[in-house]
Design a protein. Structure first.
Length: 101
């Protein structure tokens, strides 16, 4: 799996040979925790988002970049596409468009 991020204004490519099963398990754990709450505050939603996207930074790419670099390095649509690829194996064609902001 690969992901391109803009870090300090430069496009960088990060790779990993495979996505560990732990990534899907952690993703499902976050969803299960969120479903158990009757209501979700904005703070809880932000925490859930951080926990979900840290799956990419911590589990899939093993600290090759930080959560802040992920958030600042590309659009939310691209990051969500990469999450779907990591968790569900869905590889989408970006149509050759620039992945950046």
């Amino acid at each position: 799996m690969q992901i391109e991020l803009y870090i300090d204004g430069k496009k960088k490519l990060f790779t990993t040979p495979f996505v560990p099963m732990l990534a899907k398990r952690k993703y499902l754990e976050v969803l299960a925790k969120a479903e158990q709450r009757e209501t979700t505050s904005t703070i809880e939603q932000l925490q859930d988002d951080d926990e979900i996207y840290s799956i990419l930074t911590d589990i899939v790419f093993k600290g090759q970049f930080t959560l802040d670099q992920l958030y600042n390095g590309n659009s939310i649509e691209y990051i969500q596409m990469k999450m779907r690829e990591a968790i569900f194996g869905i590889k989408e064609d970006d149509g050759g468009n620039e992945k950046g902001k």
